[in-house]
Design a protein around this ligand. Structure first.
Ligand code: NAD
Ligand code: TYD
Length: 354
């Protein structure tokens, strides 16, 4: 198969690209604009593989998309490119509307035009896989209710509203034009190569630097955490095995309060990085409660029963094993971390291809 992956230089997209190149014989074209969140150093392990190609392209650029579809002739599209950080969407929503809504629209139209020109067998096997988030469902008030694929949409932030919009567009392109789509909505991911604006990598790196560990509000908010490589495996299963028109929720069965996540990271660091910054007694002493996020969703939790029943997918990592691996990865991959912190990762394209 030829698989066109958008956003393949991001956190989850790079895990998907590494998974496909390392575990299958398929070809991958990574289409990524390389915003601040795009990091080609996360793809160093596959960059020289002859089945991997990269194109620095904005998904809002229809002309360039059409050309890529004609040249690469994909059998499937896995669409991950997005603006993904809730806090950034609150301070500046424009890029979220442009990439997540207009970009998805442009990609759908490019895919529809290309798909319309295929013979009927190729049309039937083609897939447009839209990768979305559980945040489209809004938050759960109770302690034991779960998001199902049928839960009504009620997004809270500009980020989740823009992702909800894109989900609606993808469903409409299936219903109206027959484009063979599948949609997945996943819970919070964590793991290697995560940009340190998100909670888990931010806490690990701030703690190692002896900086405050910011906890929003009272820290009682709950997220359902999934190790990123488990997500990549689930996405590959969905794009290759799911029936057209299906939606799958993907989650880790790992509900945790934010404050407990932060404390767990501190505990792991006590064990794995006992040489603390000077003057610091315990990593936990760095915990600092800060102003809450506006519109902060209280609880997310996924019922991932459908993907288990239909496709036999379950996560390999528990939160305990996944978090330990993650902390270890940040301790061992100092060059990746340094380049992210200095901004040098953004020069990788020039230095690699000069
Ligand atoms: P990320 O922010 O790490 O990566 C996004 C990638 O998209 C980057 O490489 C960026 O350069 C690229 N991109 C942004 N705008 C683009 C544009 N206009 N054209 C082309 N490329 C562009 O995001 P992520 O955490 O890897 O998330 C990937 C997808 O998964 C997103 O659609 C997100 O909504 C969804 N998702 C994320 C999570 C999570 O916990 N991170 C959970 C569920 C779903
Ligand atoms: P985040 O990683 O931004 O993911 P999302 O908002 O998509 O769930 O945040 C995870 C949770 O951690 C969320 O409830 C907000 C909270 N949070 C903090 O308490 N402090 C922080 O510095 C960050 C970035 C997030």
């Amino acid at each position: 198969m030829n698989i066109l992956v958008t956003g393949g230089a991001g956190f989850i997209g790079s895990a998907v690209v590494r998974h496909i190149i390392q575990n299958t014989t398929h070809n991958v074209l990574n289409v990524d604009k390389l915003t601040y969140a795009g990091n080609l150093e996360s793809l160093a392990s596959v960059a020289d593989n002859e089945r991997y190609q990269f194109s620095q392209t904005d998904i809002c650029n229809r002309e360039q998309l059409d050309q890529l579809f004609q040249e690469f002739k994909p059998h499937a599209v896995m669409h991950l490119a997005a603006e993904s950080h809730v806090d950034r969407s609150i301070t500046g929503s424009k890029d979220f509307i442009e990439t997540n809504i207009i970009g998805t629209y442009q990609l759908l139209e490019a895919a529809r035009q290309y798909w319309g020109g295929l013979d009927s067998t190729a049309q039937n096997t083609f897939r447009f896989h839209h990768i979305s988030t559980d945040e489209v469902y809004g938050d759960l008030e109770g302690t034991d209710d779960l998001f199902l694929e049928t839960t009504p949409y009620a997004p809270s932030s500009p980020y989740s509203a823009s992702k909800a919009s894109s989900d609606h567009l993808v469903r409409a392109w299936h219903r109206t034009y027959g484009l063979p789509v599948v949609i997945t909505n996943c819970s919070n991911n964590y793991g290697p190569y995560h940009f340190p604006e998100k909670l888990i990598p931010l806490i690990i790196l701030n703690a190692l630097a002896g900086k405050p560990l910011p906890v929003y509000g009272n820290g009682e908010q709950i997220r359902d955490w999934l190790y990123v490589e488990d997500h990549a495996r689930a996405l590959y299963k969905v794009v290759t095995e799911a029936e057209v028109g299906e939606t799958y929720n993907i989650g880790g069965h790992n509900e945790q309060k934010n404050i407990d996540v932060v404390k767990e990271i501190c505990k792991l660091l006590e064990e794995l990085a006992p040489n603390k910054p000077e003057g610091l007694n315990q990593y936990q002493d760095l915990i600092t409660y800060v102003k809450d996020r506006p519109g902060h969703d209280l609880r997310y939790a996924i019922d991932a029963g459908k993907i288990e029943r239909d496709l036999g997918w379950t996560p390999n990592e528990s939160f305990e094993t996944g978090l330990r691996k993650t902390v270890q990865w940040y301790l061992e991959n100092t060059q990746w971390v340094e380049h992210v912190q200095s901004g040098a990762y953004q020069n990788w394209l020039q230095t690699q291809y000069k």
